[in-house]
Each structure stands twice: as C-alpha cells, then as structure tokens.
Design a protein around this ligand. Structure first.
Ligand code: NCD
Length: 368
C-alpha cells in the first residue's frame, strides 16, 4: 500500500494570503504580484517616482539620492533575455547608490556543476540585500520569496518578469505613464498631485498577444483597482486574454469587451497598449499560422483618433507598431522607458524604507 503525501503548494493559497506572505508590517517586502498594489500604493509610488525624478535633476540632489542606500547591495539575477528591464534596474540602483552585480547566464554559474537554482538563490541571499529576478518559469520568483522568508537571512525579491505570468514593475511604470498623461498635476513640481479617479470614463485598448504577454496581465490587475473605465482587448482569437484575468476583472466590476478590429475601436480610445507576439512560448511554431500584423498600429490609423491618445508599448517591438509613429506627439513608449527608471528607483527606495526620507527632503527643498 502506498501513502500519498500531498505537497503543500503556497501558490495554491488564495491571493490575499499570498499577498500577506509577501508583505511585512503592512508594507511590501517582496514585490512579486501586481495584486500587491491598491490605488493608494500605486499613487504613493507614482508621487515618489516623480519626486526622485525632480531631485535627480541637480548634482546636489543626485548626491542626496546616492547616499540613501549605499550600504545595500543588489543582485540582478536575469535568467531570461532582457535589455531595457535589466538596464532600467541597473540605472535605478545607480540613482540610489546601490552597488549591484549580475548573473545573466546560468551556464557560467555553479548550476553547471549540478547546483539547483534554489541553492543558487540561497547563496545569493548571503551576499546581497535584494535580488531582482527575471525568470522564464512562472511562480519561481514567488516560490523563492516564500523559501527565503524562512531562511536565516531573508532578503526581498523583486520580480522583473516571471514567465508568461507577471511583470509588476513594468505594470507600475505603465500606470505611472498613464497617470502622467491623464492627470497632468502629477508632474507639478511643487506638489506632485493625484486626486480623484483619473481613469473614470477612459477607454484603454490592449492589443496583440494578450494570452502570453505578462505586461498586459499585470497591468490589468492594477487598472482593476480603478472604477469607471472601459477595457478593450484586441487580439487574434487564439491569443485572447486569459480566463483568470477576465474573472478578476469581472469580480472587480471592470467593463471589458473584445474586438478583432483595431481600426474600428481606436477612435474611442484614450490609450492604446500594443504588444509583440510572444512566440518564444510556442510549443511547435503554432503562432506562425496567425496573421498577427493584422493587429498593427499605423500612422494612417491614428489620424482620426483623439488628439490626446496615449500610444504605449513595453518594447521590444516588431512590426506591430509603425516606426513612423515614433516622432508623433502621442507616442509615449520612449517616455515609458524613462518613466521605468524612476518608478523602479521608487520601488527600491520603498522596499528599503527610505521613502519617508525622500518625501521629507522633497518638502524642504522643492515646496514653496
Ligand atoms: C516585456 C517583457 O519582457 O515581458 N519587455 C519589457 O520588459 N520591457 C515585453 C516583451 O518582451 O514583449
């Protein structure tokens, strides 16, 4: 007779419980899931990013920022291709004076000698004070966060992209970009302000591979914190938004609809979020049969849109976003890249509890 031992899986716990395990003393400890953020925290981070951005303009401000966390060390453990997210985190560490190191290729690490990835992360946790992790396997960063919680030296893990599942720091920089456009008072130097609900009455389209695009998945969780907006999912039928996200939006009362015709919906949009085909997740080249570029955004299509349309893309892009749009005033994807650096600096500052110091410094130096 065999005895079945049921293995405990923390990822099977209800989301509220997982979020509680990722937090500590009512603050974020690890940043793994977009569901860790409510409106208040999203706005706190956006204001903090805005303050860091302004402080960093002067040499003196830079010196202040760099003094904040020079006693902390970060590991950029990026086991999946990345240019901008890696460099964005590297830049945000530099802004806050955090020395960092990197592991990008497991074939040059002891994993080649048979060390498990888990052991590698445990070893890293002894050298560093923060692990920023990009990993192809969904849930790996989250599992490691729970493991580290019970280790002698628990340190925070920040998710820089977990397989097809989530990319919370990208989603936060996307929120920051949307809010900077929908609420111009956020860029007010003296008082970076966010009040009311800047998303009420707004229409936002997500376009492309919504099934495997982790950025749109995480962004959906964040947008669902706000009421009164309309989401339109434009994708090939095979690459539609996952049922788990649809259910989450339904539970949060978010209006959402599907379309296969970007040209038709674009006129009513306040923002359009383009994404590339995530064919690295194909099992057997199945997406080569899809007419993906039927869902492209062209210069001609934006002629009849709102003047204030916000065009976004997490990048890298392929042909889904016309390069002739690059210099259009509505193209915000370059701003997104820069916003990411400030937002990630804000998130690292928050994790290490220096957000209040930044706000105090800001008040004394920038407010009349
Ligand atoms: C995205 C990612 O890695 O998920 N890129 C990024 O972080 N800026 C989007 C993508 O690769 O398509």
């Amino acid at each position: 007779m065999t005895t079945d031992t049921v293995q405990y899986d923390p990822l099977a716990e209800p989301t509220a419980h997982r979020v509680a395990m990722l937090n500590r003393d009512d603050r974020l400890f690890h940043i793994i899931l977009a569901q860790q953020f409510d409106c208040e925290l999203i706005e706190t981070m956006c204001r903090l990013a805005e303050m860091i951005r302004n402080i960093a303009e002067s040499k003196q401000g830079n010196r202040f920022l760099r003094s904040l966390l020079s006693h902390k060390r970060a590991m950029l453990y990026f086991i999946q291709p990345s240019t901008r997210t890696f460099l964005s985190f590297a830049a945000s560490c530099q802004i806050l004076g955090v020395p960092y190191n990197e592991v990008r290729n497991p074939s040059t690490s002891s994993e080649i000698k048979g060390e498990t990835e888990e052991d590698t992360v445990h070893v890293l946790s002894q050298y560093f004070d923060l692990i920023i992790m990009r990993h192809p396997v969904e849930g790996f960063a989250e599992r490691m966060a729970y493991k580290l919680n019970s280790m002698p030296r628990p340190i925070p893990i920040l998710n820089g992209g977990s397989g097809k599942d989530q990319h919370p720091t990208q989603a936060m920089l996307d929120m920051y970009t949307l809010l900077r456009n929908f609420e111009p008072r956020l860029a007010d130097r003296a008082h970076p302000t966010l009040s009311g609900n800047p998303f009420a009455g707004k229409t936002i389209a997500f376009v492309g591979d919504l099934k495997r695009g982790r950025t749109v998945r995480s962004l959906s969780y964040l947008l669902a914190q706000y009421a009164g907006m309309r989401l339109i999912f434009v994708s090939p039928p095979e690459l539609g938004m996952g049922e788990d996200i649809i259910e989450y939006l339904d539970r949060h009362g978010v209006h959402h609809e599907k379309s296969e015709d970007l040209n038709e919906v674009i006129r009513s949009c306040d923002a359009v979020y383009m994404t590339r085909l995530q064919d690295e997740y194909d099992q057997a080249g199945e997406s080569s049969k899809i007419d993906y570029y039927k869902y492209s955004l062209t210069v001609e299509m934006v002629e009849a849109t709102k003047d204030s349309l916000v065009i976004m893309h997490p990048l890298p892009r392929r042909q889904e976003l016309d390069v002739r749009l690059d210099t259009d005033r509505r193209a915000k994807y370059w701003a997104q890249v820069r916003n990411g650096m400030w937002m990630r600096a804000a998130m690292i500052a928050y994790i290490f509890n220096v957000d209040a110091t930044i706000i105090d410094h800001y008040k004394t130096s920038y407010t009349a």
